[in-house]
Ligand binder design. Structure first.
Ligand SMILES: [Zn+2]
Length: 390
């Protein structure tokens, strides 16, 4: 065969014209593509034109079978255009042979690289499509849906309950002035009651609030009675962390200030609260306790939910002391009392005119009592085995 009688195998006209159609863009597969065309141009315009159409054909292959077919057309071991051209080289005059041989081999290598790159692109496309495909015969996979943290659930439940009793929500800063956290709540300077609140100070006079009660002071300074408010929020104490102490936890305080509010009103409110949270059968008792901001102060206990207040439980191995209430039959639920006259004076209310009650509870405490949770640290550990139970 001679090159001047038959078309040379590397003639662009031998490749289907539709390989150039659309926007094949071989540069997407090989950033050097334009430079490659330029380099082959120096070996001959025909070769460069052939290479350009061949590259377009590979880049435009719509799927793997089409890519295989075009690859065979160009580089097939028997009849591939480039293969034929290389096989024809011995018939080329010696002075041309070296130059053309180098150019053909470059074209062969670059087309091989384009083919491989397009193959990877098509395979990725196929995988991506496969991932989105729906096999309706497979059993369904239920999507994992989160839910609210047990403390958030209890907070919502409590706010709902108190909303029903006419209370609205008041929020106040977590970084608080010493005066609001202590002074105006009738904690005298250097009084040992302050020591019960191991405190994170952030400056000489500012601290991370140790309770949500500073909200009372802020609310009373802003508003005139009657007031009926709840104060949910996070509080901080420099506690040694153990099974029943954390250095941050959550409280909900409540405050009711009006004329002629009495201890009986407090007791009625707290009983409603206890039955709603722990069940209608729960019994409560109030025992005296000291808090600086109330007088008298009380602790509300509820009958143990684990042993129904008996202090003992019966199991397969006989009767034993109730582990939840440690045998007492009672669980400490919250602190409460009648607002101290000094607190009213500090906010400019006249204690002869108004009276009020207040209460404060720890959300962790309520959750532990209600669900028999033995460890306060579980609330913050983000262990799904724990959290998914609620
Ligand atoms: Zn018990």
């Amino acid at each position: 065969m001679t090159a001047d009688r038959q078309p040379h195998p590397l003639a662009a006209g031998l490749l289907p014209a539709n390989w150039d159609e659309g926007t094949p863009d071989p540069g997407r597969l090989a950033p050097e593509h334009a430079a490659h065309v330029g380099e082959l141009q120096r070996a001959g315009a025909d070769l460069a034109a052939f290479f350009a159409r061949a590259a377009n054909g590979l880049a435009a292959a719509a799927d793997l079978p089409e890519l295989d077919e075009r690859h065979t057309t160009l580089l097939g071991r028997e009849r591939g255009h480039v293969t034929l051209a290389l096989g024809d080289l011995p018939h080329v005059p010696l002075e041309e042979r070296k130059r053309l041989g180098r150019a053909y081999n470059l074209a062969k290598r670059w087309l091989g690289e384009l083919e491989a790159a397009q193959r990877r692109a098509l395979e990725q496309e196929r995988e991506a499509r496969g991932a989105g495909m729906l096999d309706v015969t497979l059993p369904g996979r239920r999507p994992w849906v989160g839910h609210r943290h047990v403390l958030a659930q209890i907070r919502e439940e409590l706010l709902d309950l108190f909303h029903g009793l006419g209370y609205s929500v008041y929020t106040s800063p977590e970084v608080e002035h010493e005066a609001y956290n202590f002074g105006k709540l009738n904690f005298p300077p250097d009084h040992p009651a302050r020591d019960a609140h191991d405190t994170y100070f952030v400056s000489d006079t500012r601290l991370l609030r140790t309770h949500t009660s500073p909200g009372w002071v802020r609310a009373m300074e802003e508003r005139r009675p009657p007031l009926r408010l709840v104060f949910p929020g996070r509080v901080y104490r420099a506690e040694q962390v153990d099974a029943s102490h954390m250095d941050q936890f959550h409280q909900v305080d409540g405050l009711f200030v009006a004329r002629d509010v009495s201890m009986a009103d407090l007791k009625g409110t707290l009983n409603t609260f206890a039955r709603s949270i722990l069940g209608a059968g729960v019994r409560t008792r109030m025992i005296p306790i000291y808090f600086p901001f109330v007088e008298p102060g009380a602790q509300l206990d509820a009958s143990c939910v684990n042993c129904a207040g008996e202090g003992r439980t019966r199991g397969p191995d006989g009767e034993r002391r109730c582990a939840v209430c440690k045998g007492s039959g009672w669980l400490e639920l919250l602190g409460a009392g009648m607002v101290h006259p000094n607190v009213f004076r500090a906010v400019g209310y006249d204690p002869e005119e108004v009276t009020g009650f207040a209460f404060g509870m720890g959300l962790e405490r309520i959750a532990m009592v209600r669900h028999g949770i033995p460890e306060i640290r579980l609330f913050l550990e983000n262990d799904m085995r724990f959290l998914s139970q609620f």
